[in-house]
Design a protein around this ligand. Structure first.
Ligand code: HSE
Length: 437
């Protein structure tokens, strides 16, 4: 039998992901040792309450409430507590003590990533975070390593399973938003307080992480434009379906160019969008996630799979543990996070988008012309116009759906503001951007 050296793993947190990581480490010890060239010993699991009920049966002598002592005796620290504190302090302690850190904490990385990456670089340690975006889906390592020699142009991501589940039910089953949310809650996809998911905060944190990696630039979550899905109506989903689109909450990270094609910077945004039904992202159903990457040389790539779930996310965490352990075995300094490009992070107003606006308008002569004039006044070119009489909520009005050509987002926003105050418009029923065409 081969005698391996032992690397001590400290686990912080034993929730749905943490308890699965512990179980897999214990169960697959021999296999992991052979892959790494070192035995991975689960040194302990730091929790708040050592007597709490866990998802899996784990030896009780592994549990401790003394996270600091556990960290100081470990080679690799796996942080799965979530939230900003004490996660931030404990990760800092681990890095300072020379341990590599594995985390799935997207909120912490999107908020304090730069300071933690700087600390890791200063002390020559490594911070791994594959589980922070897309659960089980390998997307951090492909962006960080596999595509490091290419130039990423654009990312379109379905990075929140709860909202994808809700929108998928609205699309496939005709549910309205409240019913779809209630089902998502009953099935455990949505949390008791669903705000973080349905208002796009979770997706915005993931967009900040993806954009930072893809464009070698620090992108703080505060620079990510965010809109949730609470305003998406059953009527808008149905109308989109008739026109050949599906509504998805997208995280969009892209290079922004001016009219001459010269690059101006990058932008990151999260909002519901109309995706053509033949786009690969339209086939992402239920609570699954997918990240569609367009790179200069590689072309289009799609990474798809379970975006959450204890054992699925544990797979991503263990992949990072193996990477960290191999580095310990091989030696050598860690690789710093690349922010070498430091591109300007631009406001959404600088992005180029396309709108599909549903207006309830007064049904009388000249209305179409006056609405067309509003678009023209803002330099926005209309591509499609669809009028449906008799479907409006008010007598004497018609429903008008206008699709635009690509235009500056700021011009499109101004155009909608003017439409809302126009005498011809009774109400702006919905405005959704078209992406992926
Ligand atoms: N709440 C997230 C989702 C999972 O619904 O996708 C964790 O990131």
């Amino acid at each position: 039998m081969i005698e391996y050296r032992t690397l001590r793993i400290a686990l912080l947190g034993a929730g749905s992901v943490g308890s699965q990581v512990a179980a897999l480490l214990l169960e697959h010890g021999d296999e992991l040792a052979a892959r790494v060239g070192a035995r991975l010993e689960l040194a302990g699991i730091a929790v708040r309450d050592t007597t709490a009920q866990r998802d899996t049966d784990l030896p009780s002598d592994l549990f401790t409430t003394d996270a600091e002592e556990l960290i100081l005796g470990s080679d690799i620290v796996v942080e799965l507590i979530g939230g900003l504190e004490p996660a931030r302090s404990l990760i800092s302690l681990a890095l300072t003590s020379g341990a590599d850190v594995v985390t799935g904490n997207k909120a912490l990385l999107a908020t304090h990533g730069p300071e933690l990456f700087d600390l890791a670089e200063q002390v020559g340690a490594q911070l791994y975070y594959e589980a922070a975006v897309g659960g089980a889906i390998p997307i951090i390592r492909p962006l960080r390593d596999s595509l490091a020699g290419d130039r990423v142009d654009r990312i379109l991501g379905i990075v929140n399973g709860t909202t994808n589940y809700i929108l998928d039910r609205m699309d496939q089953g005709g549910d309205d938003f409240d019913d779809a949310l209630a089902t998502a809650t009953a099935l455990g996809y949505a949390e008791a307080d669903p705000t973080g998911d349905i208002e796009g905060y979770d997706a915005a944190q993931k967009a900040a992480i993806l954009a930072s990696l893809a464009f070698h630039t620090t992108v703080p979550v505060s620079a990510v434009h965010r809109e949730g899905i609470t305003g998406v109506t059953a009527e808008a989903v149905e109308s989109a379906k008739r026109a050949g689109y599906v509504v998805k909450l997208l995280a969009i990270c892209e290079r922004v160019r001016d009219a001459a094609g010269d690059e101006q910077g990058i932008s990151a945004r999260v909002h519901p969008a109309l995706v053509p039904r033949d786009h690969p992202l339209a086939a992402v159903h239920g609570a699954n996630n997918a990240v569609f990457v367009q790179a200069e040389a590689a072309g289009s790539l799609m990474f798809y799979g379970a975006g959450a779930g204890g054992i699925q996310t544990a797979s991503a965490v263990l992949g990072d543990v193996v990477s960290a352990a191999r580095r310990h075995v091989a030696g050598g300094p860690g690789v710093a996070e690349s922010t070498s490009a430091s591109l300007p992070v631009l406001d959404i107003g600088r992005a180029t988008t396309r709108y599909r606006a549903t207006l309830e308008v007064v049904d009388r002569p000249g209305v179409l012309a006056s609405i067309a004039q509003v678009f023209s006044d803002h330099g926005v070119s209309v591509e499609t116009v669809e009028q449906r009489v008799g479907e409006s909520e008010t007598d004497g009005t018609a429903s008008l759906v206008i699709g635009t050509h690509a235009a500056a987002e700021s011009d499109l926003q101004d155009c909608v503001t003017s439409l809302a105050s126009s005498d011809a418009v009774v109400a702006v029923r919905s405005v959704l951007r078209i992406e992926g065409e």
